[in-house]
Design a protein around this ligand. Structure first.
Ligand code: SF4
Ligand code: SF4
Length: 348
């Protein structure tokens, strides 16, 4: 058995999820929709098709894993779980993209994560706090300013040194058992509530550690009653700032209001059309399928430029990389920054 039977049986083929799916919106093809992919999964389960089938191969990879199909589904289909189970069999051996294999191997090397974090000077210190900041794998090397901003905002938060990757990357790339193992191991090393600045990691950790142990940074700040101080000003006026949601934070954990509330406390908040739609980063997707990633992103960049913004705020390192790089390449005047960086930049 490949899939949990109850999960696969839950889909009633109503099609409500089709308009919410970015890949269906791009192609208009049933096979590229959540319903179409569930039909393919059922064919795999019954043996009607096997993993060598080209449509299965293509659709298991074309799907962003954004889970926009979940909140709109009247039958409560947990598509994200189904996709993990699908890739666990579909992406084995040579079928797993070599780049995904390379990244999975790299984030499993804890010494490498620690070294790149130390070289890049991520936040350090403060032990014994009741909550722990998770440093992440990608973020501590690429965007160490995010954890430093968290420390400036919340000096008492613990930042344990010995921490590896949470395993989300494994879970999304055909190794869900290993991904679960890594999440549990990380949970044992981080005392108290695990606070993460990555929406994708928050959703993965919540699945394996329990929702109560895990908080995304913005939702945690609101929960503990943190009052953002000051405001962010640009050329003598209050900054205009929009949010790009993290798909897994929004669709997996249902967190949408908290980051908006925090932004509005220090700047003029602007709601972007399609703020909740995937930006095309989608974990490893922008690396594995760069052309499709750009197609998913295209309309969003136009909307960002049309909104006359100063900043677009993100709550996930993959989204930060995607938007920062593409906005720079486009010579846009809008800068992508993490929520923690925006709040830390507010001045009285
Ligand atoms: S996944 Fe949900 S919304 Fe989509 S077709 Fe199945 S039951 Fe309907
Ligand atoms: S996870 Fe995203 S891309 Fe994949 S089927 Fe669902 S809505 Fe479409």
């Amino acid at each position: 058995m490949i899939f949990e039977k109850e999960l696969l049986d839950r889909c009633i083929s109503c099609g409500y999820c089709l308009p919410a799916c970015p890949t269906y919106r791009l192609t208009g093809e049933e096979a590229s929709s959540p319903r179409g992919r569930i039909t393919l999964m059922r064919a795999l389960e019954t043996g009607e098709l096997d993993t060598a089938d080209p449509t299965l191969t293509e659709q298991s990879s074309f799907c962003l894993g954004c889970r926009a199909c979940e909140p709109v589904c009247p039958a409560g289909v947990r598509y994200g779980d189904l996709l993990e189970q699908w890739r666990d069999v579909q992406w084995q051996g040579g079928n797993r993209p070599w780049l995904a294999r390379l990244l999975m191997a790299a984030v499993s090397l804890e010494w490498l994560l620690r070294l790149q974090g130390l070289v890049r000077r991520h936040a350090r210190g403060a032990r014994g706090g009741t909550h722990s900041l998770m440093l992440g794998c990608v973020e501590r090397g690429l965007y160490p300013g995010v954890s430093r901003a968290v420390r400036r905002l919340v000096p008492g938060i613990s930042v344990p040194r010995a921490q590896g990757c949470c395993g989300a990357l494994h879970a999304h790339n055909g190794a869900s058992a290993k991904g679960a193992e890594m999440a549990v191991a990380l949970g044992k090393r981080l005392p108290g509530k695990v606070v993460t600045t990555a929406g994708g990691c928050a959703a993965h950790l919540a699945t394996h550690l329990g929702r109560d142990r895990v908080r995304e940074f913005g939702e945690w700040l609101v929960e503990v009653g943190h009052q953002p101080a000051g405001e962010v000003r640009v050329r003598g006026r209050r900054a205009r700032v929009a949010l790009q949601d993290s798909c897994h934070l929004r669709n997996g954990l249902g967190v949408t209001e908290e980051p908006r509330k925090l932004i509005a406390a220090v700047a003029d908040y602007v709601e972007l059309p399609g703020a909740g739609d995937c930006c095309g980063a989608a974990g490893t997707y922008s690396l594995l399928r760069p052309d499709d990633s750009r197609r998913v992103l295209a309309g969003k960049l136009d909307a960002i430029d049309a909104a006359a913004l100063d900043f677009v705020v993100v709550v996930n390192p993959g989204c930060l990389r995607q938007l920062r790089q593409t906005l720079r390449k486009r010579r846009s005047g809008v800068r992508a920054i993490h929520l923690a960086e925006l709040l830390a930049a507010a001045r009285k």
